[in-house]
Structures are given as C-alpha cells and as structure tokens.
Design a protein. Sequence first.
Length: 369
Amino acid sequence: MGGSFKIGRVFGIDVKVHWTFFLLLAFFAYVGYRDSGDPLTALVTAAIIVALFFCVLLHEFGHSLVAQRLGIEVPDITLLPIGGLARLKNLPEKPADEVKIAIAGPLVNVVLAPIFFGLALLLGANLLNPANILEGAGSLGEVLVYLGYINVVLAVFNLIPAFPMDGGRVLRGLLATRLGPVRATDISSGVGQFFAIAFFLVGLLTGNFLLLLIAVFIFFGASGETQMVRQREMMRGLNVSDVMGTKPRTETVTPYHNFGQVLDAVLHGYQEDFPVVNEDGGLAGIITRKEILSAAHSPDRYTSVRDLMKTDVPTISPDADLFTDGYRTLQESGLRALPVVENGELVGMLTVDDVGQASLLRDLRKQQY
C-alpha cells in the first residue's frame, strides 16, 4: 500500500504502518493535552492508542497465521487509522478456508479481552470504571479495563456481516458452499454496502469522522472485491500462455536503439510497450509508451533506449496461472505489459489487453465442448 513503511517482520510477514497513522496519534495527543493542559497526559493518551493498535495488529496476525497454515502467502500487514489490513497473496479457494481465516481475527480479541480484565482485577481495578483516555489514566488497572472493553468491541464490530469485514467474509464463505463464489460475493457485497450506507448516515448525524471513513472503506472495498472475484472466475483454468502475445508478434528493441526509432514505433505501430533484449537475446528490461511520450515532451535529450528503459521488471512464466500470477503481477507492477520468460529466454509479452480477452477465450472453449 502506498505511503506505508516497514517497521518489522514477524513470522515471515512484513509489518507496515501507513503515515496517516501518526496523524491519528498526533490528534489524540493534542486532544489529551487540550482537555488536561498536561503534556504527560498527552503522552499517556498516545501510548494507550499505540496499545490499542497493538491489539489490532494481533487481530490481523490471527487472520494471517491461519492463512499461512492453509497455504496462502501473506506478504504484509498494514496499520491504518481505521484499523489493520492483512494482505493475502490470493483469495481462499475453499469457502471453509475463508470462514476459518475470517473468524480467526475476532477470536484473538475474544481471548485478549478476559486476559486484560483478569490483569485489571489483579491490580484491584473496578471493571465498571475504564480509563478515559482523553483525561489520562488514573491507574494501570483502568487502562487494562479500557483495553478489555476495546477488544470486546473489536470482536463484536468485526463480526457485523458488512463485507469485506470479517463478518461479511464469514457470510460469503457460508453462502458460497451452496451458491458458488460469484453469487455469494454479490449477495455479501450488497449486504456490506447496505451497512456502509447506514454507517455513513450515523457518522454524519453523530459527527463521527472515523465511522465515515470506515463506511467509505466498506462500500468501495465490497465493490472492488466483487470485481476481483468475477475476474478470478473468468480466468479460472487459464494459463498465461493461453492469452499472451507470442514473440513473433512482439516487437523488441535493444538498448542501443535510438530514441527516434522507438518514438516512431509507438506513434505508427500497434504495440505500446517494448521488451529490451541484449545482443544474445537475453532480456535487459522494458521501455513503455508512457516513458517514451514523456521523454518526447521533456527538455532533456535522450539518445538511446538505455537512457529510458526499466531494468527492474518482474517476469512471468508462460505456464503460470493467469489470475494468481499473471493478473496479480501486472497489478502490483503498475505496468500495462510484462515480459513472459521461459528458461531465461523471452517468449512473449502479457498485456492488460491480453488479460481482458480471457472471457472471450472461456466462451470459445465452452462452445467447443
């Protein structure tokens, strides 16, 4: 996620924090200082928010560790002002697996809540008297009571069937066992967007800015994942080689081609992005239409492809799954085309347009069978 930076790595998962999280800390520290006039209260308030988000992080690790046990790679967890986000490399194929992953997060909070309440009781705290974080902490016991209640809220709130929240994912998993992934996602997405609208209205009426952000996240998250599931089903069973442009149809350039040649190829040809190959045929990089046209309007003078080409470019195998490897790699790279390489040799290019042809190919196969 853009704007995030890594703060550690646990169980093979990168832990990241989005820069806006520090705005949240600054806001609560400011409010704590404004209401009390005491800098120490501001620091305590910020520390309690950090402790709260540590619970959120443990919640996300609940999802992530179960996903790993089920064979799903989890590249990273990102902490945001509205919560945490564990990024799974691919969606669970089995509905039961999605339910297991989704329920694991709230179960972490269910375990944490009595631990905090128990520690608070050991310190002599009253469970009916949690700390008011904006006024500082009267005692450590009161802070523990507050964290106990927060974990109860996290567990209950996340189990609301507002897809793509945890409860919505549980709902989709249960529906998918009978209705299939696409229909189950459509229904869950509709339910999630209903809750999103309700949250947004409540947020407007109460002036709760955080609830407004959560509502927007749910609404667009539900829509985005619905589209992703449709694309996965459209590409199911297809490999990169089924849709890619092969080498005879893919024009290549060398690092020593002059800039005028590639500009002319973009302006008068059908191809927009060009793999760059060395004299021995090995892949050296890629040069894109965007870079070529930007250079054409730049006051700087570029003489050759070497001056503009990208060298750190991911490649794909022709036998790779079209959705989990091809489509996902294209998305993550931010490029419109990627080289397809087999045994170190360029065999073609996979473009965004090629991926878009997957539905036509599936229709043709259905007609043949």
